[in-house]
Design a protein around this ligand. Structure first.
Ligand SMILES: C[S@@+](CC[C@H](N)C(=O)[O-])C[C@H]1O[C@@H](n2cnc3c(N)ncnc32)[C@H](O)[C@@H]1O
Length: 238
């Protein structure tokens, strides 16, 4: 039996690969992560465009706080996979790419601990970083530029160091720290040209220069792109 982590892109249902759609349609079940069973998950919005709704199963995702605690979501997936037998497959659909800061990594590892014989595969997806650059008509990276992809945890620590280095910087999970991010980018002298995108491809999408992104906080699905310092003319959202 197979567990496949499928990236379904940041939100636009057209930013899903042909392979993702094929595997989701062929799977016995398509899991979508949610925080509670009565809410529609971000990935689910996209999945519903491509898959019969009766095969979509919401998976309430609350990883245990201690490694010794049982993981109810992983246990449920392992039990289902065991039940469908060696030729069955279940997909776990995740926003963006399943190997980029995705809940799939922890889920797959926990499922494997309950069901060692499971085969785990992934299908790449378009990341929010790529989509933001594309919507702003700015290259994410070019030539020899490096890329720093930085997820913010409790604060903006690490951001100033990243901004001092050459290359482009993408900040994920920036919603709660929007003011701090903006201030760090301003201090680094990189506010001009910096871009902000929230809920890309989803209802309520916002794409604008970071300089004009107001408010103390932003939605969870918020990303910031600080393009590399470049010479020459660029088109873009700024
Ligand atoms: C847990 S990470 C998931 C990243 C995802 N696997 C990827 O490949 O892009 C969640 C963060 O991704 C970014 N993100 C994902 N989807 C987004 C969207 N539609 N609009 C803006 N940012 C998004 C946000 O920074 C969000 O806090």
């Amino acid at each position: 039996m197979k567990l496949i982590g499928v990236g379904v892109g940041p939100g636009d249902p057209e930013l899903v690969t042909v392979k993702a759609v094929r595997l989701m349609r062929a799977a016995n079940r398509v899991y979508v992560p949610v925080l509670s069973a009565d809410e529609t998950g971000y990935a689910e919005i996209t999945v519903r465009t491509h898959v019969d709704h009766d095969r979509i199963e919401r998976l309430v995702f609350a990883p245990p706080s201690h490694p010794d605690e049982p993981d109810a979501a992983a246990e449920a997936v392992a039990r289902y996979l065991h039940g469908i037998g060696p030729h069955g497959s279940a997909v776990f659909a995740t926003i963006g790419d399943p190997n980029v800061y995705s809940s799939f990594t922890a889920l797959a590892s926990a499922v494997r601990s309950y069901l060692p014989e499971v085969t785990v595969e992934t299908v790449p997806g378009v990341t929010a970083a790529q989509d933001l650059a594309s919507r702003c008509r700015v290259p994410l990276v070019e030539g020899g530029e490096p890329l720093t992809l930085l997820p913010l945890g409790e604060g903006v620590g690490g951001l100033s160091d990243a901004l001092d280095r050459p290359g482009s910087v993408v900040v994920y999970k920036s919603g709660r720290h929007l003011i701090g991010v903006k201030e760090a980018v301003r201090r680094a002298g990189r506010l001009h040209g910096a871009l902000y995108g929230a809920r890309l491809g989803l209802p309520g999408e916002v794409v604008r220069p970071l300089a004009s992104a107001d408010g103390n906080t932003a939605p969870y699905l918020s990303s910031v792109l600080v393009p590399a310092r470049r010479t020459g003319v660029r088109s873009g959202a700024q």
